[in-house]
Design a protein around this ligand. Sequence first.
Ligand code: FES
Length: 166
Amino acid sequence: MVFLADFLRRSPDTWSPLAIFGSELPFPFELQPSSIETAWLDPNVNATMPLMESWGIPCRLATLAGFEHCFNGYVTELGELWISSLSAADRAKTEVFACGPTPMLRAVAALAARYKLPCQVSLEEFMACAVGGCAGCAVRINTPDGPAMKRVCVDGPVFNAAEVVW
Ligand code: FES
């Protein structure tokens, strides 16, 4: 997500990234209050990742662990607050990218589908060989020719969320 945010911010005419991170363990960076306004959110929910702040990318953090100035809930709930605040015109230009554990990705895919947003997910699987030989990382993907098993290590790990058989 950090590399993607860096890539997107380099095309400011095309992209205005918003980053949302979730964790139930302490985040692996010092939280800092953001000076980048998010009008769609309670101003007290302003903890951010310093790197995103230094890049000028609005970023907010979600947790159920009660970390100060973080959103109390799931990343999908925080994401839905933001998506539902967008105008129809802005929503038509919005795309969702997600990585993380499968149940969260499934929930992100459902959220994107509910709002008819394109969504790409980076899947996680156990990998024995990681070079396409063992099929231990295969997931079911809907293709134009019907469902097929795809290997996360070489066919992914990024897939169109709408094509993943969750
Ligand atoms: S880990 Fe062996 S095929 Fe992907």
